[in-house]
Design a protein around this ligand. Structure first.
Ligand code: SF4
Length: 165
């Protein structure tokens, strides 16, 4: 398979060493992701920055932790000081969806625990470190499109899914 034919993967920019987290830091740069980058198959995105938020930015959480509820207008994304940043999160999720459609992406590796990117757990909105089963806003939208979303803790599963495309 030529380089241009390799299935592309959407990856959280903070997992590629980019300092785009709310605290102005990156979230590591796993070897597998570096290899995929070298193969030209990585499409990087930070949905929050793409949605218009600055770096650094105040931490934000979804009360109840369900990104799908934000998509449906039934929950908001709130910063620690109570500002509603739902619109930026929704804009970032829509940009992720555009990228996925443009590149025919079926697999994503997104940062665990994030109110945008989390795929199994998110914080519960209390800003006290409590996690609940849930997914971020971008993850929820991509899953509605049929994309398989893994985290940096599931890179073997992500590789398997990619090899089956
Ligand atoms: S977890 Fe997602 S939204 Fe947060 S910094 Fe990383 S890429 Fe951006």
């Amino acid at each position: 398979m030529s380089r241009s034919e390799l299935p592309k993967v959407l990856v959280s920019a903070c997992l590629l060493g980019q300092p785009v987290r709310y605290d102005g830091r990156a979230s590591g740069h796993p070897d597998v992701l570096q290899r995929w980058q070298a193969e030209g198959r990585v499409v990087p995105l930070c949905p929050e920055v793409a949605g218009g938020l600055p770096t650094p930015r105040p931490p934000a959480e979804i009360p109840g932790g369900q990104g799908g509820a934000v998509l449906d207008g039934q929950a908001q994304v709130l910063t620690v000081t109570g500002d509603d940043v739902s619109d930026a999160f929704l804009a970032g999720a829509r940009l992720a969806l555009e990228l996925v459609r443009r590149h025919g992406i079926r697999v994503a590796v997104l940062k665990s625990g994030s109110p945008s990117c989390g795929n199994l757990q998110t914080y519960d909105g209390s800003f006290s470190g409590v996690k609940v089963a849930g997914e971020g806003v971008t993850t929820a939208l991509l899953r509605r499109e049929g994309v398989q979303v893994f985290s940096e803790l599931e890179l073997e599963e992500a590789q398997r899914a990619l090899s089956q495309i």
